[in-house]
Each structure stands twice: as structure tokens, then as C-alpha cells.
Design a protein around this ligand. Structure first.
Ligand code: PLP
Ligand code: TYF
Length: 398
């Protein structure tokens, strides 16, 4: 049976983690995966998360099955975090949310839901995007196409081309995948005005946005980073949001996320949820409980919630400081390139203008690890290693 199976390549981002661990150079720097690390280079568990987990586990009396939709209190809390407490679409009961194993799980349900609703729907993805988007939607046999988004040479968003492509080539009923904030891999986000313009086009063309929200709180603030989602949810009849607690709650391996679907009325929503539950049942059945319990323990208690918000802000500020310092240092050391674009981008990632030979040289000669596209994650920089990293990057660009 298995003789015909080909050997497939590893995930290019996750496999870097293993390569980095095996490197014995004490100066090594990991600019690969989007995993937050603190000033000491450790990927921490937030203090509020540790405390909530302790409380939850000490009070837990059973590990019996929960429901397929997961923890209803978590679903309620996370919906409010994403859409805001007073959102008109929530009040009109046009949004339904279920717990998923990470945003990866949410995207998987989104892909299967689209396949069940409209198998002829094509999914439009930003060029470039997170590679896994292709894999997840291909697994549901959804046709994919790219819309222009980020011009690597100019290091800016090509919004006009994005709108033109969607206007000229997308068909009614197609889906458009958008990044809620902190675009992975470019760090280049739509402005509020661009969100509004895009919403008008989506409405005119009858498209359905699928918004992947993996970094809420890392661009400006928890509230501001939800602008695009909340605006679209107010002005569109249909919308899918897949959200992750991996980064803003440091819960990565606990697989904690959600899918929210907005439809035109609450009756429609009941059908949608029944379909989502059937898809989940045929795949993983019930989402993991631990992460969701931690999140709801934090969000349902005012003091814990405020303490968590402060921790998210600390992570955001540290990444911003590393971003700013790297941009300044590279500019001082290498005047031929204008690095000011780095300061207009947000979150964990940006591209550096590096070719394959330069990326390989950084890895082999300096033990600096990044993915082959030249995307760096600022998470691996600290005040202790930033001079070394900036020197090496400037040296290979010369
Ligand atoms: N979507 C994007 C854009 C991401 O960068 C990531 C990275 O982790 C994910 C989804 C996956 O998140 P999760 O760990 O919640 O599956
Ligand atoms: O893009 C990143 O670095 C993060 C981490 O299959 C990640 O999103 C990368 C690949 C993957 C899962 C998570």
C-alpha cells in the first residue's frame, strides 16, 4: 500500500527550529519561526497564563469529553476580544464562534465550510502569504489564486494592483484571505482607509473575506489591531474569521484558536454551526481543553485580563524596540539600502533585501537563521545579540 508514497520535504519554517538547536556556535541567532522570545532569548509562558493554568488545573475535577464546539464560555470571551463587546453583528446574533485547535484548525474548518457551501469558490491569497494557507485550502480541494500584495523590491503594499486583480478576476462567491494584522511574512498591513476601500470592493463583487488573525495585540493594541475585522463585520453580509491564541497568550502547543462566521441572520448561523460541528466531528472531534480554559480564566476576571493586556503590551514593545534598533543599525552600516520601510511595518516579521547566497552565508558563516525568502522574525533579537546580527547582515549585503 505505501510503496508509492513519495518522501515530502519538511516544513521550511518549523525545520529551522531543529537546525538552530543543533548549531553549537554560542553566537547563534534565530530569526526563523514566529515565536516570541524575551530579552534572555527564552520563549516564555506569560505570568498570567501560568497563574490561570495553575488555578484551572487545581480546580479541575474531570477530564470527560466536552462538546464539539469546545468551551462555550471561551467562545463567548474570544468573540468579544475579536469583535469588541458592543459589535452590532454580535448584538444581532449574526456571528457564531466555535473553539478550534489553533488558527490552523480554524482555517481548516473554513476551507471545508467553503467546500460544502460553494465547491466552485476560488480562494484568493496575498502574494506572498504564510505557506500553510495553500496547504490547508488545497486539502479541501479549494482552487487558489494569488492577488498582488507586497512588492519585495520596493518594500511596499501594491494596493492598487490588489484591488485591480480582485475587481477584474475574482468572481461572485469567491473567498479572499486577509491577514487581520501583522501580515506574515511582510509585516505590511492595510491602513484603515485601505480596509474601507477593500470592503467596498468586496461588497460590490460579492466576495467572502476569510480573515486570519494570528497576532492581535502585536501591531498597535488589542483594539486597534481588530479594526479591519470589526469594520468588515459591520458592513458585509458574510465573513469568516479564524483566530489564534498561540502568540498573544503564548499557548502555541496547547492548540487554542477559534472560527467565527458572520452570516445574514441567526437562522443561517445555526445551519453554519451545524456544518462546522459535522466537519470537526469527522476530523478531531473535540478541541483540546487546556488552552481555552486558560484563556477564559484570564478574560473572565478583570484583574487577570488587565495584567494579561500589560504582558501583551510588553511583548509588543520589546519587538518594536528590536525592530527600531535593527533598522537604525543597518542604516548606519549600509547606506545603499533605505531601511526605513522596516519602521512602517508591524509585528514579528519583515523581509530583508537578501538573496539566497546571502541567506546561506548568514547561516553558514555567522549562525544566523532565517527562512529562504529573507523573512526575519524580530523575536530572536536581544540587546545582547543585535550588534552581532546587524554587523553580519550589513556585511553580507555589501
Ligand atoms: N496564521 C498565520 C498567519 C500564522 O502566522 C500562524 C502561525 O503560527 C498561524 C496561522 C497558525 O496559528 P496556530 O498556532 O493558532 O495554528
Ligand atoms: O510563520 C511562522 O513562523 C509561524 C510559526 O507550519 C509556524 O506562523 C510556522 C509554520 C507552521 C506553523 C507555525
Amino acid at each position: 500500500m505505501f510503496e508509492q508514497l513519495a518522501l515530502l520535504p519538511d516544513d521550511p519554517i518549523l525545520s529551522l527550529i531543529g537546525a538552530f538547536l543543533q548549531d553549537n556556535n554560542p553566537l547563534k541567532v534565530d530569526l526563523g519561526a514566529g515565536v516570541y522570545k524575551d530579552e534572555t532569548g527564552i520563549a516564555p509562558i506569560l505570568t498570567t497564563v501560568k497563574a490561570a493554568e495553575h488555578k484551572y488545573l487545581s480546580e479541575q475535577t474531570s477530564k470527560t469529553y466536552t462538546g464539539i464546539a469546545g468551551d462555550m464560555e471561551y467562545n463567548h470571551c474570544i468573540e468579544q476580544l475579536i469583535f469588541g463587546q458592543q459589535h452590532p453583528a454580535l448584538q444581532a446574533q449574526r456571528i457564531s464562534t466555535i473553539q478550534t485547535p489553533g488558527s490552523s484548525g480554524g482555517l481548516y474548518l473554513a476551507a471545508q465550510l467553503i467546500a460544502r457551501s460553494n465547491p466552485n469558490s476560488k480562494l484568493w491569497l496575498s502574494q506572498p502569504t504564510w505557506d500553510n494557507h495553500y496547504a490547508i485550502f488545497a486539502s479541501a480541494n479549494i482552487a487558489t489564486a494569488a492577488y498582488p500584495y507586497y512588492r519585495i523590491g520596493q518594500q511596499t503594499i501594491d494596493f492598487e494592483q490588489m484591488l485591480n486583480t480582485l475587481r477584474d478576476e475574482a468572481k461572485a462567491g469567491d473567498a479572499v484571505l486577509l491577514h487581520g494584522c501583522c501580515h506574515n511574512p511582510s509585516g505590511a498591513d492595510l491602513s484603515p482607509q485601505q480596509w474601507r476601500d477593500l470592503t467596498a470592493l468586496v461588497l460590490e463583487k460579492d466576495l467572502v473575506p476569510v480573515i486570519d488573525q494570528a497576532y492581535q495585540g502585536f501591531a498597535h493594541s488589542l483594539e486597534e489591531d481588530a479594526y479591519g475585522i470589526r469594520y468588515m463585520a459591520e458592513h458585509l453580509p458574510e465573513l469568516i474569521v479564524s483566530a489564534s491564541c498561540s502568540k498573544n497568550f503564548t499557548l502555541y502547543r496547547e492548540r487554542t484558536g477559534s472560527i467565527s462566521v458572520l452570516s445574514s441572520n441567526s437562522k443561517q448561523n445555526r445551519s453554519i454551526v451545524s456544518q462546522l460541528l459535522a466537519i470537526a466531528r469527522a476530523c478531531y472531534s473535540i478541541p483540546p481543553a487546556n488552552g481555552a480554559a486558560i484563556v477564559k480564566t484570564i478574560l473572565m476576571d478583570e484583574a487577570s485580563r488587565l495584567a494579561w493586556q500589560a504582558e501583551v503590551e510588553t511583548m509588543r514593545q520589546r519587538l518594536l524596540a528590536m525592530r527600531t534598533q535593527l533598522a537604525e543599525q543597518l542604516q548606519q552600516k549600509q547606506q545603499q539600502v533605505d531601511f526605513s520601510y522596516l519602521l512602517k511595518q508591524h509585528g514579528m516579521f519583515s523581509f530583508l533585501p537578501l538573496n539566497t547566497a546571502q541567506i546561506t552565508a548568514l547561516r553558514e558563516q555567522h549562525s544566523i537563521y532565517m527562512v529562504g525568502s529573507g523573512r526575519i522574525s524580530f523575536t530572536g533579537l536581544t540587546t545582547a545579540n543585535i550588534d552581532y546580527a546587524a554587523d553580519a547582515i550589513a556585511a553580507v549585503i555589501k
